[in-house]
Every structure is written in C-alpha cells, then in structure tokens.
Design a protein around this ligand. Structure first.
Ligand code: ZN
Ligand code: ZN
Length: 337
C-alpha cells in the first residue's frame, strides 16, 4: 500500500492551507493507518497554525479530531483490525511501559506523541497512530458528529471521571462553545444540577435544551454575587482571563475551579479565596480508557456534538468561520479528497 498521504498544510505562520502531499514512510509494527472520514476543527488547531505555543513546525497539517476506518495495521498491533471505525484525538502514541502508561494514565507519559506536533494530523485523507490511541467507535455514534468527542469532548469529560463528580453536585460551565456545549450535555446526563455561564442571553433556550438548568449572565457581577458558595465544580472552557476571584466566591467549600482553556496569562489568586479546601486545577484531554468510557456514555445517553460541516477542500473558509466566533458549536471537515 502507498505511504503517500494527501493533506492540507500551511507553509508558514498563520498562512492559508494548501494541498500538500507527503510520504509517511513504512508503517511501524505497532501503528495503524486510518482512512479519514471527517475531522473536527479545534481551537488548538488555530493556536498551532499561529504558533501561539511556540512548538509548531511548518508545513503544518492540523487536525486532531479525526474519525475514519482502519485500512492498514502493523504486525504487532492489538485490539484493532482493518475495517474498524475508530477515532484519533490530540495524542497518537505513548511508550506503553512507563509508570503512567501501565497505570492507565498514558496522557502523562513523557514520550507522549501529539498528533499535530512534529508530525502531521487529520486534515488529510489518511492519518497514522499507535494502535492504542485508535479508539473504536460504538455503532450508535454518527461518524460526522463523533470527531469532536476526541479532543473537545474528552477534555470536558475527563474531569467528571478523574474527580468522581457526583450526581448530586452542582456544576457550572463557563464558555458555551465547542467544549462548553458538550460539558453541559455530560453534566446533565451525569445527573448534576447544571448552570451555564454565557454572555449571550439569546442562547438561553438553546442552552436549556442542551441540559442547562440555569443560565447566568457571565458579565453580571450581581448574578455571580447571588451564587456565592453554590458550586461543587466549575469548568471553564474559555482561553481568556476572567475575574477568577469572583468565580472562586461562587464555589461551595471543597469546590473546584477547573480550567480547560489554555489561558496564557498567569492566574492571580488570593489564598483566602480557596481557604475552605477549595481547589484550582487543570487537565488536558484524557487517556484511552477514559475516551472509551466517554464513547460508551455518549452512545448510552444519545449525546451528540452540535456540528457544522464543511467539505475538507473548504478548509480555509472553515477556519474563517471558526475565527469569526460564530461556529455553532463545532466545525467538522468531511473528507472530499
Ligand atoms: Zn483540540
Ligand atoms: Zn509511557
């Protein structure tokens, strides 16, 4: 089989994507090739395109919310076979033998391979990864809506799993976009009382349909003040600095403010704001076992991403749409190579 991959690449910082072909080389013994059906666009693809994190190599092929079909397997792969429908997220490989890998926390592996860092991602006709990061899709899931679960989805699902969130907990979600709208759905089906913080009152009905019990104006100091001591968990999905002190005040004792957006400014916190055993924490995506649990959870509770679909050949239009902030709620590129 040919190791040539057709993709869309940006040749330099913040440039448009152009058709690009590369040779992926011999398939590794433990690797698989996935024929991309579709791939979501995550805000991190834009950050990487713009080299915001100082780790982008050009030509840059983004795309780390890919779903598709396994079309080639190395001889030592396990648990996946040709024809399987799978998804691939931010991570595409890990060592498999370190302390973190063998305890099911591959996400913390020091040799973690990232799908769009120093290698090429899913805005392509094919994408390659280690077998352990090609996670099988349950039959119930719609492939065109499943891609965003592999980065946006797992990012907001992982905290529920890691911190043993209880169905009796009160959960707030800040920023209702690609990640936030999935966080509302997960929190609702987990059984929690769910509050959406939104700066757009026009979205209220829509957010309630997604599972929010309450919608609070995130720009209103009075509304925040009324929620003093209320939340067990607040998930923030925004990548700008907010008045974190005000949000910490809305936490109940032992409550947690969990930051999922990559805010680049330092956090300013007063010890007194967290003195009642409150926590501030952060996680990124999730390990394969948690991705599997999330997919099962989605299949069981009919959780779907709200998507807008563009053909992959319209990738530049799709990125303009993302930048406009008007995406409702996650953009997916459908392979039309
Ligand atoms: Zn992402
Ligand atoms: Zn490892």
């Amino acid at each position: 089989m040919s190791n040539k991959i057709k993709a869309y690449a940006a040749k330099d910082v913040a440039k448009q994507f152009e058709p690009f072909e590369y040779d992926a080389g011999e398939l590794g013994n433990e690797q698989v090739d996935i024929k991309v059906h579709s791939c979501g666009i995550c805000h991190s693809d834009l950050s990487m395109l713009n080299n915001d994190w100082d780790m982008t190599e050009y030509p840059f092929v983004g795309g780390h919310e890919a779903v598709g079909e396994i079309i080639a397997v190395g001889e030592n792969t396990k648990g996946v076979k040709i024809g399987d429908k799978v998804g691939l997220g931010w991570n595409s490989g890990s060592c498999g033998y370190c302390e973190h890998c063998i305890s099911g926390y591959q996400i913390m592996c020091r040799e973690l391979e990232q799908t769009i860092v120093s290698r090429h991602g899913g805005f392509a006709d094919k994408v390659r990864c280690h077998w352990s990061w090609a996670i099988k899709l349950p039959d119930e899931l719609d492939m065109l809506k499943a891609g965003p679960l592999f980065c946006g989805g797992i990012t907001v699902f992982n905290p529920f799993y890691q911190y043993d969130v209880k169905p009796t907990d009160k959960v707030g979600v800040i920023g209702i976009g690609g990640l936030g709208h999935l966080a509302l759905k997960f929190a609702d089906k987990w059984g929690c009382e769910v509050t959406a913080f939104s700066s757009n009152p026009e979205k209220t009905e829509e957010l309630k349909n997604m599972g929010a019990d309450h919608v609070v104006n995130s720009r209103s100091d009075e509304e925040l003040e009324d929620l003093r001591g209320n939340f067990d968990l607040i998930l923030s999905t925004v990548n700008v600095s907010l008045n974190w002190e005000a949000y910490l005040q809305t936490l109940a004792p032992k409550g947690r403010l969990h930051l999922l957006g990559a805010t680049l400014e330092p956090l300013e916190l007063m010890t007194f704001s967290i003195i009642q055993q409150k926590s501030v924490s952060s996680t990124a995506t999730g390990s394969p076992i948690v991705v599997r649990k999330m997919l099962e959870f989605c299949a069981r509770h009919d959780i779907e991403t709200v998507t807008e679909v563009f053909p992959m050949s319209k990738i530049n239009d799709a990125f303009e749409h993302l930048k406009s902030g008007k995406a409702r709620y996650r953009i997916v590129l459908e392979n039309d190579f």
